[in-house]
Ligand binder design. Structure first.
Ligand SMILES: Cc1cc2nc3c(=O)[nH]c(=O)nc-3n(C[C@H](O)[C@H](O)[C@H](O)COP(=O)(O)OP(=O)(O)OC[C@H]3O[C@@H](n4cnc5c(N)ncnc54)[C@H](O)[C@@H]3O)c2cc1C
Length: 338
């Protein structure tokens, strides 16, 4: 267990927001979490669990003990008739995990290529992209309880996955440190090609039956064209969740705004494109201080250089108010505001 004090978190969050952790502990395995729990001072202090910092907005210095999860390892643990099971350390970079499974000839994660952050955070908000969510490939995870110090293995039902949601955003928030994640890669591989951007690539390239590597390459190229690279422009990806409404609510909005981009969901509800609504309210390219709305995608808030967390949140609240004023919809932030 490595304990550091007065650590700048600026390099540890993709928004590049300034904040200092009074205490930061690097976690390399379950035993490190137990050492924190048993420690006379650290054990009693409030905790914040940090992965790659790509889904957080830091608004102030952190008096909590920051547990930076750096558990390593990727291995194939089981081959079943219908799937491969792989286990990855929570501190592994998610995109590296996707690339590794593909290089091993065990595809299934390619639609989620290039999502920033760690494997351990992937279940926290049930990451998803281009028609696949983590829950579709999830087998189980190991976590250590920050009160009892006990290690547990949790399956999908306890994780309570929802749209960008899980139990780790609610009752287990900063209570359970995820240390390992097991993923189920179904056999035979079935491509997931339903998303418009992917269908467009198929049309452009004339490839009707792409290989897993082709889907991976398309997803990487699509994302690079659409989303700002956090290494160049600080951001946390989509800043708001796409709101889900009833068909009646949707009809009401279409009555006033016929162009609104919306997608029917399997359960009959309708997902509205938050980015479209923000754009319709005229926010694309606008700024508050050094926090701004990305020019190419209104759903992404960016750090134009030297932004602080309160500027990001002032901008976010102003967007929420104007979207509510025009559409009657309250946008909910996707990143965790600390
Ligand atoms: C450019 C960009 C594009 C993105 N695109 C997508 C996308 O397509 N789809 C998508 O779903 N997300 C996307 N995101 C959001 C982000 O990549 C994911 O939410 C990612 O899973 C966050 O991982 P992290 O390690 O950075 O987590 P962090 O930001 O460090 O933490 C996020 C939350 O998870 C908790 N947490 C982290 N690690 C653990 C752990 N080991 N145990 C328990 N709790 C933990 C933290 O306490 C915090 O509450 C994008 C972000 C960026 C910057």
């Amino acid at each position: 267990m490595q304990v550091e004090t007065g650590v700048s978190l600026k390099p540890y969050n993709t928004f590049g927001l300034p904040a200092v952790a009074r205490t930061l502990v690097r976690i390399a395995g379950d035993a490190d979490v137990r050492r924190v729990v048993d420690h006379p001072e650290l054990g009693r202090a409030p905790k914040f669990i940090l992965g790659g910092g790509s889904n957080i907005v830091l608004t102030k210095d952190m008096p909590q003990v920051v547990l930076k999860v750096e558990v390593r390892g990727m291995r194939l643990v089981e081959e079943r008739a219908d799937a491969w099971i792989v286990e990855v350390g929570a501190g592994e970079n998610w995109h590296d995990v996707v690339a590794w499974t593909l290089a091993m000839g065990r595809p299934g994660l390619e639609n989620m290529a290039l999502i920033p952050g760690t494997a351990g955070a992937a279940p926290v908000q049930n990451i998803g992209a281009y028609g696949i969510e983590l829950k579709d490939r999830f087998e189980s995870l190991d976590a250590v309880d920050l009160v009892t110090g006990r290690s547990v293995t949790l399956g999908p039902s306890i994780c309570a996955f929802g749209y960008r949601d899980s139990v780790f955003k609610h009752s287990l928030l900063n209570r359970s440190v995820i240390t390992r994640v097991r993923l189920r890669l179904p056999k035979p591989w079935q491509p997931v090609l339903g998303y418009l951007d992917i269908a467009r690539r198929m049309h452009e390239t004339g490839v009707a039956a792409p290989s897993p590597q082709q889907v991976f390459d398309w997803v990487v190229a699509i994302r690079r064209a659409k989303l700002p690279d956090p290494a160049a422009i600080g951001n946390a990806g989509s800043f708001f969740k796409n709101p889900v409404v009833t068909p009646e609510q949707c009809r009401d909005i279409i009555g006033r705004d016929p162009e609104i981009v919306h997608y029917p969901l399997p359960d009959g509800s309708i997902k509205l494109a938050a980015g479209w609504m923000i754009d319709a309210c005229g926010w694309k390219g606008k700024s508050v201080g050094q926090a701004g709305v990305y020019e190419k995608q209104a759903l992404v808030l960016v750090n134009r250089g030297g932004a602080i967390g309160s500027e990001v949140m002032t901008l976010a609240r102003a967007i929420q108010e104007s979207v509510y004023g025009r559409f009657g919809i309250r946008l909910e932030p996707e990143p965790v505001v600390v």
